[in-house]
Write a protein of this length. Structure first.
Length: 211
């Protein structure tokens, strides 16, 4: 091997490659996030139980899946999908996400036959604005960041954005809380879940439940 082609480490890289403590600290943080998501799953179930008679049938199914990965835009993440139905054509999911170095978020994601059952999304934008929800304006439904090309505050939506809601075959609304507000995360996400529940109760007429 050519000596000049050897890969050298920067001072910071050299420090980190010899430091095991930060890896162990990362593992501890990930376990704490898993615990938070597990607790949220329990809280969500309790909320659904209270509202079950006014909610689509999907909310009455058991389950709740926590997944983790290492590379959403190069950074670790954990996701709780509950309640959730994913198929090739149809999605109905509430997704709670932790993204390392960025935020916790919670979103409602509907597509396919579930999107067709939604009613009055445009008319409900004012109430979503008051609750500080973001609306997805991207044509890619699997992006989760909050850059302006993906999510916009409701009050920042253009008329073109509003007309185009759902035209790409899906609808997503979301909220986030920064990681420096760690002690408020569970309360924020639980309240946001309640707000999503209220949105669904209004958007799905009582005689048109999700099958």
């Amino acid at each position: 091997m050519n000596k000049e082609a050897k890969i050298h480490l920067s001072p910071l890289e050299s420090e980190l490659v010899n430091n095991t403590e930060w890896i162990f600290t990362k593992q501890i943080i990930i376990k704490k996030v898993q615990h938070i998501l597990g607790d949220l799953h329990t809280y969500y179930q309790q909320i659904i139980q209270q509202e079950k008679d006014l909610l689509p049938h999907i909310f009455q199914t058991p389950g709740g899946k926590i997944t983790k990965g290492e590379n959403y835009q190069g950074l670790p993440y954990l996701i709780l999908d509950y309640p959730a139905i994913f198929s090739k054509e149809d999605i109905f999911a509430v997704r709670t996400m932790f993204w390392w170095g960025n935020f916790f978020s919670i979103s409602l994601h509907v597509s396919g036959k579930y999107l067709l059952q939604f009613q009055n999304i445009r008319e409900l934008l004012e109430s979503l604005a008051k609750k500080e929800f973001f609306i997805c304006v991207n044509d890619k439904e699997w992006e989760h960041h909050f850059q302006p090309d993906n999510y916009c505050m409701v009050n920042d939506l253009s008329e073109e954005d509003i007309i185009g809601l759902g035209k790409n075959g899906f609808f997503k609304m979301s909220k986030k809380i920064e990681l420096n507000q760690w002690d408020s995360i569970v309360v924020f996400l639980t309240q946001s879940f309640r707000e999503i529940i209220e949105f669904i109760k209004i958007s799905f007429p009582i005689d048109e439940r999700v099958p």
